[in-house]
Write a protein that binds this ligand. Structure first.
Ligand code: ASP
Length: 438
């Protein structure tokens, strides 16, 4: 029998109705043997996540505010779920203990982790799956980083004794034996560790969207879904702002070559997106996988005659940037010019100082500062070794009279980044999308 690990996000488990859908999905496929739940998320836009409420309780204790009122909201949500689902589990002793511990000053990590813990208990009772506490199998080192070797070994050993189990997401055990959580959204990481630990055939990540789209739906109308994407493409798109499962969060499965499938709990028949190491031979050369972009960059361009012949010029320039604690995103260069593309968030109040230091360290012939730049990445394994891609892309921008201020094509040939004025950000993405899909 095959093995699937299924991680369900907060909106998939927000109330009893959602949990019923999850139960049906799990019961429909006996290979879904390891289930990793998040805490109940928002039921609608105005609702609050259980995790946020738990953090709030912890903050209240620190400010000497009684937590009774907020904790009751949390407890009542779980009580309602248990009642509606008619699950044979008594959560009261757990709720009592959690409220007591948080009131007595338990850590923020402890408080937040209980959202997943309680949801895990409910699911294991509902599905009749074993409950395995991640506190016993997922470990962090003394620097607070995941101890992946130990976690993988413990997860593998422990889960080999359980044919079917629910493992709550988001937390594990710190080096000194305390509950410790991953960063927000970290149940994705738990799912990936479990998938690697049981050597799953696939890691299913169930959420509230039907996978990744080729472009931001707030910019491009009705963008097509992406059926298959490689980790490298995902990395490029995520880096440029595509809001998807983070590739770092799925590092363990990537390493193990286990594919990830993003699926929609509310539309399980939608195909979703498959994330793979290697998508095999490209059958559709000339196509792109997706487009993503980020705004708010400033470009500093330095010009110096015969720059190419001056030894150490680039190093001097970059050391100014380094000393000011700034990291740049791109550095396109010409014969006598170097441009630094820097996110505005990094520059905050530092620009004047940097310009002065560049002047004194590098004595350039001129320095030009261009704010308001946006970067757009067009990504696709189908672009590699295909003539005509760049001409199509730039042709589409020219047609819409969009001026391209920077071009950067990674040597991997799966990504072309263009810099445009912030005002052209949306139009440029629409033009590129249209030219490759229209
Ligand atoms: N419940 C946690 C959060 O809201 C972790 C997760 O859902 O992945 O961040």
């Amino acid at each position: 029998m095959g093995t699937k690990v299924a991680k369900f996000g907060g909106t998939s488990l927000a109330d009893s109705e959602q949990i019923r859908k999850v139960q049906l999905l799990i019961n429909a496929d006996s290979e879904r043997r390891y289930i990793v739940p998040s805490a109940p998320g928002k039921r609608d836009a105005s609702d609050r996540k259980i995790t946020d409420l738990l953090y709030l309780c912890h903050a209240q204790v620190r400010q000497n505010v009684p937590i009774g009122e907020v904790f009751t909201i949390i407890a009542d949500r779980y009580r309602e779920i248990v009642r509606d689902l008619n699950v044979g589990i008594d959560l009261e002793p757990h709720l009592e203990e959690i409220e007591k511990k948080i009131s007595e000053g338990a850590s923020a990590d402890y408080a937040a982790s209980r959202g997943e813990f309680l949801n895990g208990l409910i699911l294991s009772a509902l599905l009749d799956y074993d409950f395995v506490d991640p506190y016993e199998i997922i470990f962090f080192d003394k620097y607070g980083r995941l101890d992946s070797e130990r976690s993988q070994t413990e997860t593998k050993n422990r889960l080999s004794n359980h044919n079917k189990a629910v493992i709550p997401g988001f937390y594990g055990c710190s080096h000194d034996g305390k509950i410790k959580t991953f960063p927000r959204g970290g149940s994705d990481i738990t799912g990936a560790i479990v998938a690697k630990g049981v050597n799953a055939d696939i890691y299913e990540n169930w959420t509230d969207v039907s996978g990744l789209l080729m472009a931001d739906p707030n910019i491009v109308e009705n963008p097509r879904p992406i059926d298959t994407i490689t980790y490298r493409e995902l990395r490029e798109l995520a880096y440029m702002g595509a809001n998807v499962i983070h590739d770092e969060a799925i590092f363990p499965v990537r390493e193990a070559g286990i594919p990830v499938k993003i699926k929609n709990t509310n539309k399980p028949d939608d195909p979703g997106t498959l994330i793979v190491q290697d998508a095999g031979p490209v059958t559709h050369t000339g196509t792109i996988t997706g487009i993503a972009g980020r705004k708010d960059f400033t470009v500093i361009t330095i010009e110096k005659a015969l720059m190419n012949a001056i030894v150490g010029y680039g190093r001097r320039l970059l050391s100014v940037i380094e000393v000011n604690g700034i990291s740049f995103e791109h550095m396109p260069s010409g014969i006598d010019t170097i441009s630094l593309v820097i996110p505005d968030s990094q520059l905050e109040n530092k620009l004047d100082n940097i310009l002065k230091e560049i002047q004194s360290e590098c004595a350039p012939d001129s320095i030009e500062v261009n704010p308001n730049m946006a970067l757009i990445a067009t990504v696709g394994r189908g672009m590699a070794r295909t003539p005509g891609i760049a001409s199509k892309l730039f042709g589409s921008l020219a047609e819409k009279k969009i001026n391209v201020r920077m071009i950067d094509q990674g040597s991997s040939e799966i990504n072309i980044i263009v810099g445009v004025e912030t005002d052209d950000f949306e139009n440029a993405q629409r033009a590129i999308y249209q030219s490759f899909t229209g």
